[in-house]
Design a protein around this ligand. Structure first.
Ligand SMILES: [Zn+2]
Ligand SMILES: [Zn+2]
Length: 345
C-alpha cells in the first residue's frame, strides 16, 4: 500500500461538475455527474487545470469520426491522484496526492506492429483522451496510469497544462524538421508559442506566419523570439529549411512549399485540415517533403517534459472557469487568444 503523499486530497465527493458534448455541432452542456471510479490500471485524479486544444473544436464541430457520446472533452489535464485502481502502485510510481499530466494518447494495444516498433502513436486500436476516453473538462477524471506523466510541483497547474498537447505535438513536429535552421511556423497559437521558445533556445531562426493583419499575434511572436513575422501567403526574406503548419487550413500547404528551400520539409501538425488545393509539381520538386504528425508517443512526452524546464518554456495562458468552456472555445475559433486557453474547475 503506497504511503499517502503530503498533498493527498480528501476522499472524492459523490458528484462532480463537468462540461459535456452531447451532439456534435452543439455547445457543451454544464452537467452534474457521478465521480468516476478507477478501473484496474487506472487512477482517479482531481483536475487542477485542463487546456483547451483546437482538436476539441474539431470534435465539437463533428470533424472527427465516431466520437464516444456523450463525451467530456479535454486532453491537456494536470491533476492530483486521488485514488489508485487495482494493480497501480509502486511499480507505476504513483501515489495519492502526486501531480500528474494526462495527454491525448490514452491507451494503445501494446502488441501490434506499430506498438512493437515504438510507433504506438499509429496503433489502429489506440484510444484518445477527451474523444474516446472521458476527458478533463470536469472536476475529476480517470486515466490509464501507464499513459500519464509526472508533472513538476514547482509549475503552476494552468501553465503546465498546454505542455501536454500543444507542447508535445509541437515538439514532435519540430523533431520532424530535423536539423533545419530556419523554421516557419504557420498559425501562431498555443503550439507555436511554446515551440518558438524551444526552437530559439536550440539556436534556430523562427519565422512566424499569422492570419493577415493579425498584428497582435505577430507582436506576440516577436516578443517570444521570432526574427520575422508575416501573413500566411507571404514569402519570408530567406527560403526556409522547414515549415510547421499548426493552422487547419489546407491552402497553407502549397504556401509553405513555396517558402521552403530544396530539401525542405513541410510538417502538417494538426489532426484535421481543410482540403489541400492542387498545386504544381515544381513546388514539391527538389526533394521537398510533406509529412503529417499523428498524436504522440510516451517517449515524446518524457523527452519534451524533461526539455521544457531547461529552456525554460514559459506558457502564456488565458484562464477560464470550467463553466466558461464554450466561451474559451469560441475565442480559440476566432483566433482571439494570445497563448493557450485553460479551464480551471
Ligand atoms: Zn490537443
Ligand atoms: Zn497497437
Amino acid at each position: 500500500m503506497p504511503r499517502p503523499h503530503p498533498n493527498a486530497p480528501a476522499k472524492p465527493p459523490a458528484g462532480m461538475r463537468a462540461m459535456q458534448l452531447e451532439r456534435p455541432g452543439e455547445a457543451l452542456r454544464a452537467v452534474h455527474l457521478a465521480v468516476p471510479r478507477p478501473g484496474p490500471g487506472q487512477v482517479l485524479l482531481r483536475v487542477e487545470a485542463c487546456g483547451v486544444c483546437r482538436t476539441d473544436l474539431h470534435l465539437i464541430d463533428g470533424e472527427l469520426p465516431d466520437p464516444v457520446l456523450p463525451m467530456i472533452p479535454g486532453h491537456e489535464i494536470v491533476g492530483r491522484v486521488v485514488e489508485l485502481g487495482e494493480g497501480v502502485g509502486d511499480a507505476a510510481g504513483m501515489a495519492p496526492g502526486q501531480r500528474i499530466g494526462v495527454p491525448w494518447l490514452g491507451w494503445t494495444c501494446g502488441h501490434c506492429g506499430f506498438c512493437a516498433s515504438q510507433r504506438e502513436n499509429l496503433c489502429d486500436a489506440a484510444r484518445f483522451t477527451g474523444y474516446q476516453i472521458q476527458g478533463g473538462y470536469a472536476e475529476y477524471t480517470v486515466a490509464d496510469a501507464r499513459y500519464c506523466f509526472p508533472i513538476d510541483e514547482a509549475l503552476d497547474a494552468a501553465e503546465a497544462a498546454p505542455l501536454l498537447c500543444a507542447g508535445l505535438i509541437g515538439y514532435r513536429a519540430l523533431e520532424m524538421a530535423g536539423a533545419a535552421r530556419r523554421i516557419g511556423l504557420y498559425g501562431f497559437g498555443a503550439a507555436a508559442h511554446i515551440i518558438t521558445q524551444v526552437a530559439v533556445w536550440q539556436g534556430r531562426e523562427v519565422y512566424a506566419f499569422t492570419r493577415p493583419g493579425d498584428s497582435a499575434s505577430q507582436a506576440f511572436a516577436r516578443r517570444l523570439g521570432a526574427c520575422w513575422t508575416g501573413a500566411g501567403e507571404e514569402r519570408p526574406p530567406h527560403p526556409l529549411d522547414a515549415a510547421l503548419i499548426f493552422a487547419p487550413a489546407g491552402e497553407l500547404v502549397p504556401a509553405a512549399l513555396r517558402a521552403v528551400a530544396k530539401g525542405g520539409t513541410v510538417v502538417c501538425a494538426g489532426i484535421h485540415m481543410s482540403t489541400i488545393p492542387a498545386f504544381p509539381y515544381d513546388i514539391l520538386w527538389g526533394e521537398r517533403r510533406i509529412v503529417s504528425v499523428a498524436n504522440l508517443t510516451r517517449r515524446d512526452g518524457d523527452e519534451f517534459l524533461a526539455l521544457a524546464p531547461r529552456v525554460p518554456v514559459r506558457t502564456e495562458v488565458v484562464r477560464f472557469a470550467l463553466e466558461d468552456a464554450n466561451e474559451a472555445l469560441e475565442r480559440l475559433r476566432r483566433g482571439a487568444l494570445q497563448g493557450a486557453a485553460v479551464l480551471l474547475p
